[in-house]
Design a protein around this ligand. Structure first.
Ligand SMILES: NC(=O)c1ccc[n+]([C@@H]2O[C@H](COP(=O)([O-])OP(=O)(O)OC[C@H]3O[C@@H](n4cnc5c(N)ncnc54)[C@H](OP(=O)(O)O)[C@@H]3O)[C@@H](O)[C@H]2O)c1
Length: 224
């Protein structure tokens, strides 16, 4: 029996959670195809890492990235939709600009990219979305309305996708990575990137359910 090397695709790997999760996956012996806007990860290379250029807010760029990924990967075990923006986290009034930017990356681009790479996933694969507990209805609050709505939409898509992919035994998990010390989370966030990545890796490898919401601060599943 051969032990095949596992493969992962991750978006938004240039910074923050995506950057550290890429390193964690590589350290776990997983081959990684990372998508970044620049087509590289600053000051980081690894023999098992391929970086593909892709802007998740741009349909043409997404399609190019999907095509390029198809030339280098099949039978992928993990798809991690991490790329995200939160332009109105400090604001209460949603503007057209903030809605468009948030939905372009967090929702439309994430959905189009996911749909495009589904054909490269193996049966039994796991699709993860970096969502947020801020998008759960019971946690509604004043700040970040466009951000919250765009992530709430991805939670719904995750459940729809889980239903559709059940016949391929592909699991789908939207998750809350904690409030994390990144460019988006800010320096006052209580969770380090290392702690968050450890929790995400646990969800990625241990969650056996599909279409359920995972909260790394809980260390498991919680209700929507
Ligand atoms: N930090 C938190 O407390 C927290 C809490 C809940 C959920 N999340 C979610 O976790 C994910 C990662 O956030 P983070 O905290 O690591 O934020 P971050 O440090 O700002 O990193 C965001 C990543 O997404 C990439 N990205 C943004 N727009 C993109 C686009 N159009 N195309 C491709 N990549 C794009 C960024 O690339 P560039 O470097 O090119 O900008 C960067 O690599 C996001 O989806 C976020 O909503 C974070």
């Amino acid at each position: 029996m051969t032990n095949e090397v596992q493969k992962a695709i991750i978006t938004g790997a240039s910074n923050g959670i995506g950057r550290f999760l890429t390193e964690k996956l590589l350290n776990e012996g997983i081959q990684v195809i990372a998508v970044t806007r620049s087509g590289n990860i600053e000051n980081f290379t690894h023999p098992n890492l391929t970086v593909v250029k892709g802007d998740i807010s741009d349909e043409g760029s997404i399609n190019q990235a999907i095509e390029q990924i198809g030339q280098i990967a099949s039978q992928v075990d993990y798809l991690i939709n991490n790329a995200g923006v939160g332009p109105d986290l400090g604001d209460e009034i949603p503007t057209a600009e903030h809605l468009n930017t948030s939905f372009a990356v967090n929702t439309t681009g994430t959905v189009l990219f996911t749909e495009g790479v589904l054909k490269y996933l193996k049966n039994d694969a796991h699709v993860v979305f970096l969502s947020t507990a801020m998008a759960l209805i019971r946690n509604a609050g004043p700040n970040g309305p466009a951000y919250r709505m765009s992530k709430a939409a991805i939670n719904m898509y995750a459940v729809i996708l889980a239903q559709r992919l059940a016949e391929r035994n592909i699991r789908v998990t939207p998750l809350h990575p904690g409030w994390v010390q990144t460019r988006m989370g800010g320096e006052n966030a209580p969770v380090t990137v290392e702690q968050s990545v450890t929790g995400i890796y646990k969800a990625l490898t241990e969650n056996t359910e599909s279409g359920k919401f995972w909260n790394i601060e809980v260390g498991g599943l919680e209700e929507y």
